[in-house]
Design a protein around this ligand. Sequence first.
Ligand code: NAP
Length: 245
Amino acid sequence: MTMEVRFDGKRALVTGAGKGIGRQVAIALSEAGAETVALSRTQGDLDTLKQKYPRMKTVCVDLADWDTTRSCVEDAGFIDILVNNAGVGSVGQFVDVPKEEVDRVLDIDLKAIINVSQVIVKGMMKREGGAIVNLSSIYGQRVCVGSAIYSTTKAAVEMLTKAMALELAPNKIRVNCVSPTFTYTPMTMEAMSDPTFCKAVLPRIPVGRFAEVDDVANMVMFLLSEKAAMTTGSVIAVDGGHLLT
Ligand code: NAP
């Protein structure tokens, strides 16, 4: 049995494809044969992707804008494979988090998944099949001081994954969630290059290192593929054992 996964003839859409994990997933899908739509917020990031992968389609939109996002995703045409990856971090003591910050994180990390998925799932239902992966975080299952809004949002993403999986299984649409530990991306680069942070966090990751974007992208690709045909509604940690400690 080969573990190579191919997506020839499939159309994929990846949100937050401009940087970090989403960019790596969009590249991996494209290299595995999928016609890939890369959706993100900064045109320059999409331009450099397009330069290297001319077959890739790009969509520049702010996912916090519900209506514009909805019409952009409708215009993207049918999609067999969806990766709801875009997300923003948020750190702040619960008692002081302003409404604008609560709105920002909920809009991008949760409501955008609902919005984009509603459009794409309608097409998947007509075509009787599809695979979706949502990005959570180990902070969907744990909290630390200052993570109230981010953790709560990611916990909601995990429950949304289960609810979608349950409702969409009869339509042959699988929905899973990947939950990484700290991963080297622009989102976390600053914290992860701080020796004090590394000294505090690395001992809590049993494999002794942070994740690379490929560690996360590989799991996303597996869950999207037919190799994972019997897996739906699952939250899979890519955390080197971090949740065990
Ligand atoms: P990243 O390096 O900051 O990249 C995020 C991408 O999403 C960027 O291209 C960003 O575009 C895009 N994006 C953000 N807000 C958007 C919006 N409103 N509209 C359109 N695009 C938007 O993040 P990452 O580390 O790869 O994280 C990807 C996912 O993994 C997130 O859901 C995150 O919560 C999760 N995660 C990350 C880590 C980690 O340690 N890195 C750990 C656990 C979970 P702009 O740069 O143009 O805004």
